[in-house]
Design a protein around this ligand. Structure first.
Ligand code: BEZ
Length: 257
């Protein structure tokens, strides 16, 4: 195993070693943010801090926030001059504080979107912007479907209430944004086939992100299932030596009115 996972379920070293593509892919979203030097911006779900660091270098007064202590500890070690805090997006204590709230690849973990959006709205100054990207309806459905099938094959039928993610449609999410008070100026729901790292890419992705689907399954059985998932998906998702995950993203920009 790489790194520690004792404090919470997140393995920050594995994240940095095998999943740095998550931060790299956040680059386009930074263009939507269009940060200006001196702006006060919150990076919600900052992970190990790479995008916060990029924004700090552009002169932004950045605060990185993550629910995972492991992630924040690693971020603070890498970037000691940046402020990082451990906090849950659904009850932030900020009020009228930020010019923008930025969030890359996090909001699909929050199954109470209205509370998160209310908390974000409250944290923004009037006129402040909320810029986010996360998994949308149909995200990684090929991978999830294969895991569910294989769980069924070994006699552990998947219980849908254990599904760890929130993957809304664009209509559903932007409606909640509007109900909370945002003016939604941009929204997209698009396919983004995402290369994972090397031959072990799919296995590492499952270990890092989908381990919650294996609750109550022994380590040995999980290994068998993951191998069968790889076998069943190789024809469709493995090309030229790498796995390509069937990501579908939601990207939004809203203004606090
Ligand atoms: C995503 O970025 O879409 C994602 C990452 C990990 C698990 C599920 C979705």
């Amino acid at each position: 195993m790489v790194g520690k996972v004792q404090v919470d379920g997140w393995n920050a070293s594995l994240y940095d070693k095998e999943h740095s593509f998550v931060s790299h892919l956040g680059g386009e979203l930074v263009q939507w943010l269009a940060p200006k030097p001196g702006e006060k911006i919150l990076d919600l779900g900052c992970g190990t801090g790479d995008i916060a660091n990029q924004l700090s270098k552009q002169g932004v007064d950045i605060t990185g926030m993550d629910k995972s202590e492991n992630m924040v500890e690693q971020a603070q070690k890498k970037y000691p001059d940046i402020t990082f805090i451990v906090e849950d997006a659904v009850n932030m204590r900020y009020s009228n504080e930020f010019d923008a709230v930025f969030s890359n690849a996090t909001l699909h973990w929050i199954k109470t979107p209205r509370q998160a959006l209310q908390s974000i709205y409250q944290a923004l100054k009037p006129g402040g912007r909320f810029v986010a990207e996360f998994g949308g309806k149909g995200n990684v459905q090929t991978i999830i479907g294969a895991i569910m099938n294989q769980l069924g094959e070994v006699g552990v039928p998947y219980q849908s209430e254990k599904f760890p993610w929130y993957y809304p449609s664009i209509g559903e999410y932007t409606s909640i944004m509007e109900q909370v008070g945002f003016r939604v100026t941009h929204a997209e729901h698009f396919d983004r086939p995402t290369p994972l790292n090397g031959e072990l890419g799919l296995k590492n992705w499952i270990e890092m992100f989908a381990t919650g689907m294996f609750e109550g399954v022994t380590t040995e059985t999980k290994e068998v299932i993951v191998t069968r998932v790889e076998d069943s998906l190789r024809t469709g998702l493995f090309r030229n030596g790498e796995w390509i995950a069937d990501y579908k993203r939601i990207r939004v920009l809203g203004i606090k009115e």
